[in-house]
Design a protein around this ligand. Structure first.
Ligand SMILES: NC(=O)c1ccc[n+]([C@@H]2O[C@H](COP(=O)([O-])OP(=O)(O)OC[C@H]3O[C@@H](n4cnc5c(N)ncnc54)[C@H](O)[C@@H]3O)[C@@H](O)[C@H]2O)c1
Length: 361
């Protein structure tokens, strides 16, 4: 009996990071603990404080340890004005995504209450789509160079890396996601839209176009759609009802999900997972460390709490995840929220309310 229980226990690495990451992650952890799922948490101090103290960004063997010993990683945010280059953030966050090969960044966009959406007449049923962002390539590889720096002839080159393997696996992931996931109302996801800028970026866009067509042939039940990124931004504001699942490259995914976060109530409401099927995956709220908010108990913890629900669902605790989402929905309905989404509670109090609601339920 003991042995079985041990096998079911999932090991989670918790890295709160910097700024408001250190405030929202404790609320997410409270909620995980209130869910009474068999999860064993281990904390890591990676972030600006550690970097400033001993110049460590990621300890030797750090990523290998995470991959080898943990089922999932829960992260807050990285970025601190005391580290002007934010070298630590780049090495930790992009390091995790690149070196652990977490190639699919899944960002659900769901409106929990009409009052959170800045658009007129948009109801929760109208806004329930998912963006799948390629997470290991593109301009984030930071390949390029500067020539004649500091002169009037300066040249800066930033290369956009798109490999056949990278494009194909994220597109296949998106078709699989579409095939196996439903909307919040229980209806099937049926459409996958590929977003690019192939009219101007013909080489990279051409590869995405060809691969989308090829991979899509194996999924006749999924309707394939396409939009240029500019048109998609316009449509996301004019009629976000039309979207189901979107797959796109690293940079466009970053930008359109910030826009999408605005539709669901702001960055404080948005959750994400960095996934490599079958490997240790990492979950983080979409927002950054928001230094001006840090230490004031005002940061919205809902993005982090919804992220913990995503992580639990990924670990096989779909029931607990559903209950957390329902509790967040109720908190939003009752305005038991922070000021950025219309409430008057502090970060801590929002977490406490969600925990109490879960215990009553
Ligand atoms: N994944 C990450 O770790 C990540 C992501 C983005 C930015 N960053 C870093 O974070 C730092 C700040 O960057 P930024 O200001 O561009 O982005 P940010 O997400 O920290 O903040 C953007 C805006 O959203 C608001 N906001 C963000 N999260 C909120 C929350 N939970 N509750 C209420 N309001 C919230 C902030 O007050 C700010 O107005 C920088 O160092 C940046 O590099 C890290």
């Amino acid at each position: 009996m003991d042995g079985k229980k041990k096998d079911q226990t999932k090991k989670v690495a918790v890295i709160p990071g910097d700024g408001i990451g250190k405030e929202v992650i404790p609320e997410a952890v409270k909620v995980i603990e209130a869910s009474t799922v068999p999860v064993d948490l281990t904390y890591f101090d990676w972030g600006a404080d550690r970097y400033l103290a001993d110049k460590t960004t990621v300890p030797t063997d750090g990523f290998a340890t995470l991959s080898r010993e943990f089922d999932a990683i829960l992260v807050g945010a990285f970025g601190d004005p005391r580290v002007p280059s934010n070298i630590h953030a780049k090495e930790i966050l992009l390091g995790m995504r690149f070196k652990m090969d977490l190639y699919a960044n899944v960002r659900p966009v769901r409106l929990l209450d009409a009052s959170l959406c800045p658009l007129k007449g948009v109801e929760p049923k109208d806004l329930d789509f998912v963006v799948i962002r390629e997470n290991t390539e593109g301009v984030y590889v930071d390949s390029g160079g500067i020539f004649k720096q500091g002169t009037t002839d300066e040249v800066a080159v930033q290369e956009d890396i798109n490999t056949r393997k990278g494009v194909e696996r994220v597109i296949r992931f998106a078709f699989e996601y579409c095939s196996h996931n439903k909307k919040a109302d229980g209806t099937a996801r049926k459409r996958l839209l590929m977003c690019d800028k192939s009219n101007a970026m013909t080489y990279a866009g051409g590869l995405w176009q060809r691969v989308f067509k090829e991979v899509g042939a194996a999924y006749p039940q999924i309707k394939c759609e396409h939009m240029y990124v500019g048109a998609l931004c316009t449509q996301m504001v004019r009629d976000p009802r039309q979207f189901d699942v979107i797959v796109t490259n690293n940079m466009f995914g970053d930008i359109i999900t910030d826009l999408a976060a605005g539709l669901q109530g702001g960055l404080g409401m948005a959750a994400s997972g960095n996934i490599h099927p079958g490997k240790t995956s990492m979950f983080e709220p979409v927002h950054g460390s928001a230094p001006p908010l840090a230490g004031k108990n005002v940061a919205n913890p809902m993005g982090a709490i919804l992220t913990s629900a995503m992580m639990l669902a990924h670990l096989g605790f779909a029931d607990a995840a559903g209950k957390i989402e329902a509790a967040v929905l109720e908190a939003v309905r009752q305005k038991k929220t922070t000021q950025d989404v219309g409430g008057s509670l502090g970060t801590n109090e929002v977490g406490d309310w969600v925990v109490q609601h879960l215990r009553k339920a």
